[in-house]
Design a protein around this ligand. Structure first.
Ligand SMILES: N[C@@H](CCC(=O)N[C@@H](CS)C(=O)NCC(=O)O)C(=O)O
Length: 246
């Protein structure tokens, strides 16, 4: 047994022989769940998963912290090299790991360095500027015991500003005037992990407390949400088998 696995590690985790995801059905969990389902459909890539009881604090137990010292889901463990498991934390790093190792035909990524740079740019933009803001909005509006209207207003308005950034980009208004279909890639763009990284969060805008009137200001973003929602891997990767959050 590797030092990354200890006696208290659940056997389904320590004995997994391929890709294994510790996850729960939050937007962050869904990002990596969707990528794994896309790879399964494209290449037959196999994976297993363990649903983590977030509200019971399983992610803060010793066995979990060996795999992710930050104690958060999702956490990916790659056991395909029998000599040692490879744990990866942070959603964007996990998605990049998966496409670099498993997306050999660049169906969810790009071989061209400039298009790849666009993909990484949007992944970073969301990981650094969108996700933490929307995460704080949800915490202050749904989970905080005391209501803090100033914090809610700040994170609500900043989230709307970030939706506006996507709208400007997707509408093509400030570039060649042609609407884009996806965040990264030349021309209209091409579906990639840049889209998968953002989609689970933006698609749940109602849970974030945004009104339909507010969202009507972002028609290109709406069209992008709808373009992605019916993909088989998106339906599979957001299924209740990963837990019921919303
Ligand atoms: N920056 C991290 C965020 C992960 C994260 O916040 N996960 C949440 C669920 S969405 C979590 O595990 N929360 C439980 C906790 O903090 O104990 C990433 O992108 O992977």
């Amino acid at each position: 047994m590797s030092g990354l696995y200890i006696d208290s590690t659940p056997s389904e985790v320590s004995q997994a022989d391929g890709l294994h995801l510790l996850t729960f059905n939050t937007p962050n969990g869904q990002k990596v769940q969707i990528v794994l389902h896309e790879l399964a459909l494209l290449y037959g890539t196999r994976f297993t998963f363990t649903p983590i009881k977030l509200f019971e604090g399983t992610q803060k137990q010793d066995w979990f912290l060996r795999l992710n010292p930050n104690g958060k889901i999702p956490t990916l463990v790659d056991n395909t090299d029998n000599s040692h498991p490879v744990p990866v934390m942070e959603t964007t790093a996990e998605m990049l790991y998966l496409v670099e190792k498993y997306d050999r035909d660049h169906e969810l990524s790009f071989s061209d360095p400039l298009e790849r740079a666009q993909m990484i740019q949007w992944l970073f933009f969301w990981h650094g500027s969108g996700q933490p803001i929307q995460g704080q909005l949800i915490w202050f509006s749904k989970f905080s015991k005391e209501k803090n209207p100033q914090a809610i207003e700040r994170f609500h308005n900043e989230s709307l500003r970030i939706f506006g950034v996507f709208e400007l980009h997707l509408s093509g208004k400030n570039s060649d005037g042609n609407a884009r279909e996806y965040l990264a890639g030349n021309g209209k763009g091409r579906y990639s992990i840049a889209d998968i990284g953002v989609w689970p969060w933006v698609a749940k805008w109602e849970f974030g407390g945004f009104t339909k009137e507010e969202m009507d200001a972002f028609p290109s973003l709406h069209a992008w949400v709808n373009r992605i929602k019916d993909r088989e891997a998106v339906k599979e990767g957001t299924d209740d088998k990963y837990g019921k959050m919303f």
